[in-house]
Write a protein that binds this ligand. Structure first.
Ligand SMILES: Cc1ncc(COP(=O)(O)O)c(C=O)c1O
Length: 381
């Protein structure tokens, strides 16, 4: 049996052809593929606007800047995420405050977030960055109500969840990143995610103001519109300090073909998840799926008492499970600067047991059966 990783990209001939075609086109970057990918992505998630960026970390950075985060201002996020969800707050000089997770969904807990917000005076926090962890969409309707009460913005870190949705109280399916409840959504196109661009990301929003700000900051803050003077066709102005966070046409071409097969990939991921659930039901704890929710299943996480033993054993069997995540507040950088006051014990307990099993569309039934057998035989003998 070949080594079985926890995740991997799925590249087919049409992906290769699209990239090769772009290599001989007029534009390798700043060309038509960028807008094409942005428009297709916006249509896919149901947002008005989308801005392609060179990775999701850049997208998160631009998002906090576009929302006006300033030095010393405070933002809440979850400790069970990749560090980038928190780091973007630090890039703007903001303070990262963590609230705890729900022990069954592993997502940012509404109760813990509410408690943290209400323990401080009004205006203490500026925003919330919840994460659709493992591909499970957070119910943002409830978070929006809390955010509105306290005048907070929301950035949905949807890096794990293109194609996922929750159902709101009106019975409407709300696709991750559609901008109906969050101000901004951010996606990643790193190869272990659903849509592989090598590196890449997308920022979605329904706000024209945010869209313009994100677009400007992505390209140095340079514009040819609304200029104070104009010396001729070559002229531009840099009106604010921006960055070069652009995604190339080569990567967008790949993103377009990858996006076209995302629904199929997510369906296969759900099939794999159902196989795991059938095999583990009543024996092993896994992420709970709230009613009306469609999990995009970037990951399939289980909890194991003897997690390290299981991890090491699976490696001896050529199965490369992974741990998602070391709680961000326990990373040395965040430990040193402090992380506010919330009790994060659910996140810490979760970390002591969590392990992500192989989950990707090209995982074969035979490979999955092998993984299941090895997991069950380690835990139950
Ligand atoms: C939840 C989450 N947010 C943000 C990122 C950052 O994505 P990128 O690698 O595209 O910068 C990742 C990547 O692993 C992630 O998992």
């Amino acid at each position: 049996m070949q080594p079985i990783p926890y995740g991997r990209q799925h590249i087919e001939q049409d992906d290769i052809d699209a990239v090769v075609k772009t290599l001989t086109a007029d534009f390798l970057t700043q060309g038509p593929k960028v807008k094409e990918f942005e428009d297709l992505f916006a249509a896919y998630v149901g947002s008005k606007y989308a801005v392609a960026v060179n990775n999701a970390t850049s997208g998160l950075h631009l998002s906090v800047l576009a929302l006006g985060l300033k030095e010393g201002e405070r933002v809440i996020t979850t400790p069970i995420t990749f560090a980038a969800s928190a780091n973007c707050i630090r890039y703007a000089g903001g303070e990262v405050w963590f609230a705890d997770i729900n022990p069954d969904t592993y997502l940012l807990s509404l109760e813990s977030t509410k408690k943290l917000i209400e323990s401080k005076p009004k205006g203490f926090f500026k925003g919330i960055i919840p994460v659709d962890f493992a591909g499970l969409p957070l119910n943002l309707e409830a978070f929006r109500a809390l955010a509105n009460e306290h005048n907070l913005w929301i950035i949905e870190d949807a890096c794990h969840a293109p194609g996922g949705f929750f159902t709101d109280s009106k019975g409407t399916k709300q696709m991750c990143g559609n901008g109906n409840y969050a101000d901004i959504g951010v996606f990643s196109f790193h190869p272990v995610k659903h849509i592989a661009c090598g590196e890449g990301g997308m920022v979605t929003t329904n706000s024209e103001t945010l869209y313009k700000k994100l677009s400007s900051l992505r390209t140095h803050g340079i514009t040819k519109e609304h200029m104070s003077e104009n010396h001729g066709g070559w002229f531009y102005e840099m009106q604010e300090l921006g960055f070069n966070y652009r995604l190339t046409d080569i990567q967008c071409a790949l993103g377009i073909t990858q996006l076209a097969k995302n629904n199929k990939g997510v369906a296969r991921r759900n099939q794999i998840a159902n196989n795991y659930k059938q095999a583990f039901n009543g024996k092993i704890k896994y992420q709970n799926l709230p009613e009306g929710t469609y999990n995009a299943h970037h990951l399939f996480v289980i909890e194991a008492e003897e997690r390290k033993g299981l991890y090491d054993y699976l490696r001896t069997q050529n199965i490369y499970a992974q741990i998602h995540y070391i709680p961000v507040h326990t990373l040395p950088y965040y430990k040193e600067i402090g992380y506010g006051s919330a009790d994060l014990s659910y996140a810490e307990t979760y970390y002591s047991k969590c392990i992500s099993l192989p989950m990707y569309p090209s995982l074969t039934d035979e490979e999955q059966t092998f993984v299941i057998e090895k997991v069950l035989s380690y835990i139950y003998g």
